[in-house]
Design a protein around this ligand. Structure first.
Ligand code: ATP
Ligand code: MG
Length: 565
């Protein structure tokens, strides 16, 4: 690994764990878990939880379980399970033998529900979901009891068993805990534990037609696995009394739940439901669209696991919800890519340049440095010949002041090659568009060095026309036009803020021939243009390249500005 990763400071979660270990709580053991619901792909918010769950376990010599909270068969699929596992491994974490599924505990959870019913602490209710909501009351008004609430345990046991046996249709009955309809905490107002769902489960098949609610399954699954520190996001703080109530009633191991703030990033949405909408409504090209904040999208775009882990370390673990500037993620990304990416030359919008005094059939192999940040990456040769392409933007017929690139009569350096001077401009007769430049070169400047101390201000990237490979390059911009698309004060739907220009596809790009062997996933810096990654749409004879990020680091500027203050 070439990247020095930021060491996570002892945040409040790690402080608690450190104290517990010191006090020999749980016999000094640390067992955490990452509990995804297999109903979508992981996003960068999940990465924060993964880094914390696995990170804490690693740092304290403990273990971290991967547990799929697969309690909703209508939304969950094996493909998500596989993708989640691949993404966690890509991020750099491993759970070994500790792969678990809430569905493995369905029988135990059922038996515990029966135990609660027997003790008069749970009951079967015929109210509809709508009625249950109405009865629940509000933060200022207590709830109302269901007419079924005081049914005898015997009757409840019979009904629950018949629910399990498939005698009743979906939605006709639920099992509820009997706690307190007047509790100030709405989660304690007789929460639903089981619902009827005649659905095929990816793992248990047809075995069950009652399924535990997340709230009933989650804490008990933690308990079964002997989790010591159950780390979850802040919205579960209000659920903690309920989880505590369950394990106390059942008299089983009591994991300690600790809540931390979610990661939110500017210019994206992070909820799985919204990401699914973007995919289904075709606003993006699938879950791994390089504009998505999903781990598979970021990977396809060219992000490194190190950059993502480093972002999580920099953001830290706190109790306050906040919005992290996407520029910070781009900063950790550039920082990492700068060290590891080989430099190559590619031209996005080619302009033909004919070097008139360069011999027709001559080709020179010129030496180029692969990474000025890392000498061990060595050098390569790039072919130079009479006709090259430069970037259209690097030429102005009528240059403004301080335009140090090419213009009629001006001299510039072609990187690693020669100084050239523009002598003539060829235009399309009809449109007036510049189609070709005529130049001369100075043979004494081979390698790009001036023999007589003559200075040129501009250094351009280029490719040899007859050697270049054609490529499609996809440039990306932010997916949304506002930093917080779901937080609009006037209540506009987040989709109204989709950026219509979030992707630009350039089909006529030219890249140096060394890219001929590049494989999907390979990363490069195109000199002066940014960091790029070979896309999986590439195949024999077709080169598709994503721009991961430009070279301009707005975060570094923000940091500089604030350190000057
Ligand atoms: P979403 O709200 O995007 O649908 P979720 O919380 O329902 O996500 P889960 O699969 O249940 O998705 O999440 C697994 C774990 O990841 C949970 O412990 C959850 O708290 C955590 N997590 C989800 N989103 C974030 C986030 N933005 N930041 C930190 N942790 C997160
Ligand atoms: Mg969840």
């Amino acid at each position: 690994m070439t990247t020095a990763e930021a060491q996570p400071a002892l945040d409040f979660v790690r402080q608690i764990v450190a104290e517990d270990v010191k006090a020999n709580k749980h016999a000094g053991r640390v067992v955490t878990r990452f509990p995804p619901e297999p109903n979508g792909y992981l996003h960068i918010g999940h990465a924060k939880a993964i880094c914390l769950d696995f990170g804490v376990a690693q740092e304290f010599g403990g273990t971290c379980h991967l547990r799929f909270d697969d309690t909703n068969p209508t939304k969950e699929e094996q493909k998500y399970i596989d993708a989640i596992k691949a993404d966690i491994r890509w991020l750099g974490f491993e759970w070994g033998e500790h792969e678990y599924y809430a569905s493995d505990y369905f029988q135990q959870l059922y038996d515990w529900a029966v135990a609660l019913i027997t003790e008069g602490k749970a009951y079967v209710d015929e109210l509809t979901a709508e009625q249950i909501r109405e009865h629940r009351g509000t933060l200022t008004e207590p709830g109302r009891e269901s007419p079924s609430r005081n049914r005898s345990p015997k009757e409840n046991l019979d009904l629950f068993e018949r629910m399990k046996n498939g005698e009743f249709p979906d939605g006709s009955r639920v099992l509820r805990a009997k706690i307190d309809m007047a509790s100030p905490n709405l989660n304690m107002r007789d929460p639903v534990l089981y619902r009827i769902l005649h659905a095929t489960h990816p793992r248990t098949g047809e075995a069950w037609c009652v399924y535990p609610m997340y709230d009933w399954a989650h804490g008990q699954s933690d308990s079964i696995e002997g989790i010591t520190h159950s780390l979850c996001t802040l919205e579960f703080e209000d659920h903690r009394p309920l989880y505590d109530w369950f394990v106390e009633q059942l008299g089983i191991h009591h994991p300690q739940q600790i809540e931390f703030a979610r990661l939110n990033l500017t210019y994206v949405v992070m909820s799985k439901r919204k990401l699914l909408e973007l995919v289904e409504d075709r606003h993006v090209d699938g879950w791994d669209d390089p504009r998505m904040p999903t781990l598979c999208g970021l990977r396809r775009r060219g992000y490194t696991p190190e950059a993502i882990r480093n972002l999580c370390a920099k953001v830290g673990v706190t109790k306050h919800n906040s919005l992290t500037d996407a520029a910070l993620l781009e900063h950790t990304l550039r920082d990492d890519l700068n060290k590891r990416s080989p430099r190559v030359m590619g031209v996005l919008r080619p302009l033909r340049v004919v070097i008139e005094n360069y011999p027709e059939d001559q080709v020179e192999e010129l030496e180029a440095i692969n990474n000025p940040e890392d000498e061990s990456m060595g050098t390569r040769t790039v072919p130079f010949s009479r006709v090259v392409y430069i970037e259209r933007d690097d030429f102005r017929e009528d240059p403004p002041r301080k335009f140090f690139r090419l213009a009629p009569g001006k001299e510039v350096r072609l990187r690693y090659a020669y100084f050239i001077t523009c002598t003539d401009v060829v235009k399309d007769e009809n449109t007036g568009e510049v189609t070709e430049l005529r130049c001369t070169y100075d043979p004494a400047t081979r390698g790009g060095d001036s023999p007589d101390g003559r200075k040129v201000k501009g250094t351009l990237h280029w490719v040899s026309a007859s050697h270049a490979l054609s490529a499609e390059v996809r440039l990306y911009d932010r997916l949304f036009t506002v930093p917080d698309p779901t937080g609009d004060k006037s209540g506009k739907d987040y989709r109204e803020f989709l950026n219509p220009d979030s992707i630009e596809v350039l089909t006529d790009c030219k890249v140096e021939p060394s890219l001929g062997n590049a494989q999907p996933g390979d990363r490069f810096q195109f000199e002066r243009l940014g960091y790029f990654c070979i896309d999986r749409d590439s195949s024999d004879g077709r080169l598709v390249i994503n721009r991961t990020v430009t070279l301009r680091d707005s975060w570094a500027k923000i940091e500089q500005a604030s350190s000057k203050k």
